[in-house]
Design a protein around this ligand. Structure first.
Ligand SMILES: Cc1cc2nc3c(=O)[nH]c(=O)nc-3n(C[C@H](O)[C@H](O)[C@H](O)COP(=O)(O)OP(=O)(O)OC[C@H]3O[C@@H](n4cnc5c(N)ncnc54)[C@H](O)[C@@H]3O)c2cc1C
Ligand code: SF4
Length: 332
């Protein structure tokens, strides 16, 4: 690991000022469970880090009349066991519960979770060509092992998946992040936070280097109660998704779906909302065939490579199973 400077300002205002005057490449440090990892591998080499891990202004989970609010510095472990999140937004709680390990969840924050980087092995191995790590150098995954690579949203320069779980549940529920920077505060829909690789895979989100996520807001939704986050992985814990789905449904007294939310994880280059799949369920009774059809629509645009084609059918079944579980919860 290369030497780097460390500072821990005592307030959000002081962090913003420190970022404004920071050396190029300076990074925000929260739990460090991704950033320090990448620094040790030599993938990231910031000249300085600005630690926001102990800022009281970034902590706390609250419920208002219209939304659920998470401080960006809330530890993952505090989310899955929160009674309101568990009961009213089951998919959010489950997305955290199924992420990483207990030790990591005790240390890692929500803001850091949203901005974690891909687990593409070629990105993390500095001996390989990687357009994300070293723009213009090429992409070793294109001719290499692509079992974990994206089926949706890839470009000819990069097919790395977005690895996080929480953002998938958040995007299904129209969450917003509040961000502060030198120009003040702004809000960004989670759907607009991450970007597809396109012709610049090194750019993963729309935040400036001097902007800090301060909170995440999730509008109240009846679909939160009838929701689930289903994650399929190579082993039952401590593994990233091969395919995942966050689904939330509202079903009326006649058994008809009146609200539908579906997002996909592990299969795309960014958190992926499956709008057409959602619409296919609306105004109809929820049957096993309708659930399967929603999965097929969600993956209609999938573009498999050499070794990841099995994840199309896996993804379809993941959506179908999640839709059925959400349906059962919605009529409880
Ligand atoms: C072995 C292992 C398994 C894992 N498995 C999973 C999994 O299954 N699912 C999953 O979702 N995650 C998984 N993770 C990732 C883990 O959840 C993330 O490492 C963690 O959430 C990052 O949070 P952090 O607070 O440690 O972030 P840091 O490592 O401190 O920061 C991560 C990035 O976010 C930026 N950042 C942090 N906070 C802010 C902020 N407030 N504003 C702006 N930028 C910020 C940092 O600059 C950095 O670029 C795993 C990690 C490991 C090591
Ligand atoms: S898929 Fe993306 S992250 Fe992986 S090697 Fe290619 S350019 Fe790099």
């Amino acid at each position: 690991m290369r030497p780097f400077a460390y500072a821990a300002p005592g307030s959000v205002d002081a962090v913003v000022e420190a970022l404004r005057t920071a050396r190029p490449g300076t990074k925000i440090l929260a739990g460090g469970t991704t950033l320090y990892d990448l620094m040790k591998l030599g993938v990231e080499a910031p000249p300085a880090v600005i630690d926001v891990h102990r800022l009281p202004e970034l902590t706390g989970i609250s419920v208002t009349d219209s939304e659920l609010v998470f401080g960006a510095g809330v530890r993952m472990a505090d989310v899955s066991d929160h009674p309101v999140v568990r009961d009213e937004y089951t998919a959010l709680a489950e997305s955290i519960w199924r992420a990483a390990s207990q030790q990591l969840r005790n240390m890692a924050t929500l803001g850091g979770n949203l901005l974690q980087r891909t687990r593409c092995g070629y990105f993390r191995g500095t001996e390989f060509a990687c357009n994300k790590r070293n723009p213009g150098s090429g992409c070793a995954a294109m001719e290499g092992h692509d079992r974990h690579h994206a089926l949706l949203g890839a470009s000819s320069l990069c097919s790395a998946t977005y690895a996080g779980d929480f953002a998938i549940a958040l995007i299904a529920f129209d969450a917003v992040v509040d961000v502060v920077g030198p120009a003040g505060e702004r809000s960004i829909a989670l759907a607009d936070l991450h970007v597809e690789p396109g012709d610049d895979p090194s750019r993963e989100h729309v935040l400036g280097p001097d902007e800090l996520i301060v909170r995440i807001r999730v509008p109240l939704s009846a679909a939160g109660r009838g929701s689930t986050y289903l994650k399929i992985r190579d082993r039952e814990s401590y593994a990233f998704a091969l395919a995942s789905a966050a689904v939330g449904l509202v079903i009326d007294g006649h058994g008809v779906v009146t609200e539908s939310r579906i997002a996909l994880g592990g299969v795309a280059t960014r958190p992926w909302r499956a709008v057409e799949a959602e619409q296919s369920l609306l105004g109809r009774p929820l049957t096993a065939e309708a659930a399967r059809r929603a999965g097929e629509i969600a993956f209609a645009a999938a573009r498999p490579g050499r070794a990841n084609g099995f994840r199309v059918e896996l993804g379809i079944r993941t959506v179908a199973d999640a839709v059925r579980t959400a349906g059962e919860r919605a009529v409880r």
